[in-house]
Design a protein. Structure first.
Length: 340
């Protein structure tokens, strides 16, 4: 038997403030999204704050010994500062060992699977035994309140996952597939704020479309049609690639947990991937699209009603901003609701 990286526990944090979608635009459009409300970070809450609270929830619920954490991975597109790395600050705030490594990585919807692969690499190369994987999405700070096509989609939130070395005769995380199409980077992006267009050198420009929706060059721009085409083109092939790499058939998978863009899109993805009639997660009614957090939020939702012993073959898939995509097969049978 060898030691393999294994998801041991998952927890989350949602900000207290809730924003309803009932006042946003055409209610038929809102109905298709399947999102009635979303949690919004307070003005003084940062991505690091959300991640801190998710980690504290994980440590407290499962009585995890902080001294055993070897590495912190934080997936966020909105770090607390341009420098230093937010994960470094979280090492101090969470009172984790100074021997722990700390790394931010900037990915969106595909980020959780990327994080699992990084944790797997650290653990199975014997560089770490226990990895704390954090996701933190705080998109609403960068979406105009009068941008009605985009604002109702995204919710703020953070998750924390403990990934540990576990003895087994086969991997718990396997069949990883990745992909990138950087030519479409501007399908979902914020134009100003990075080193290409620094904020001090670029004035804020307010743009209003023919429907009265408003955003600025400091806020999220999304080409919804381009993202939709990308999803329908990319995800079916991603599913095939993961299944082929794992040498599994569709019916062998216990559950499909994909990035939750919105209810309508996920219905279409399920059809295009020929997954109808199979266990397929599709529910972000009261949290919205939490970007890199939708997969761990989905895991938490699924294990409420499904024993983890029945989740030995779960397909996880993320796709979106980048444009990037990723997928893998995860054995979630070692997830626990008890102290570790």
């Amino acid at each position: 038997m060898s030691k393999f990286a294994c998801i041991k526990a998952v927890s989350a944090y949602l900000p207290e403030k809730v924003e309803s979608n009932k006042d946003f635009g055409d209610q038929r459009f809102i109905g298709k999204l399947g999102i009635t409300e979303r949690h919004i970070a307070a003005d003084d809450e940062s991505a690091g704050d959300l991640a801190f609270n998710a980690a504290e929830n994980l440590f407290n619920k499962y009585k995890i010994n902080r001294d055993n954490i070897d590495f912190i991975l934080l997936c966020t597109q909105h770090p607390d500062y341009q420098m230093p790395t937010t994960a470094c600050h979280l090492q101090h705030r969470l009172n984790l060992p100074k021997s722990a490594g700390a790394l931010d990585y900037s990915l969106g919807c595909s980020g959780y699977v990327y994080g699992l692969s990084l944790a797997k690499g650290l653990i199975e190369s014997k560089l770490a035994k226990n990895v704390l994987l954090l996701t933190s999405s705080i998109y609403n700070k960068y979406i105009n309140k009068k941008d009605k096509p985009i604002r109702p989609l995204f919710g703020d939130g953070a998750t924390a996952t403990l990934i540990s070395a576990e003895e087994s005769d086969k991997p718990f995380l396997d069949a990883f597939v990745f992909g990138t199409d950087g030519s479409k980077y501007d399908s979902l992006y914020i134009p100003v704020g990075g080193s290409r267009l620094p904020p001090r050198e670029n004035a804020e420009v307010v743009e209003t479309d023919e429907h009265g929706n408003i955003h600025t060059n400091y806020e999220v721009h999304m080409d919804g049609m381009a993202i939709t085409y990308f999803t329908f083109r990319t995800v079916p092939k991603l599913v095939e690639d993961v299944l082929n790499k794992a040498q599994l058939n569709r019916e062998d998978i216990n559950y499909y947990i994909f990035h939750q863009a919105n209810h309508f899109m996920m219905n279409q993805v399920q059809k295009k991937c020929q997954l109808e009639g199979l266990n397929f997660y599709n529910d972000i009614t009261d949290i919205g699209n939490t970007v890199s957090g939708t997969l761990p939020f989905g895991i938490l939702h699924v294990i409420k009603d499904t024993p983890t012993s029945n989740l030995q073959k779960v397909m996880l898939a993320g796709f979106g901003v980048g444009l990037s995509w990723s997928g893998c097969i995860a054995d979630l049978s070692q997830l626990t609701n008890e102290e570790l």
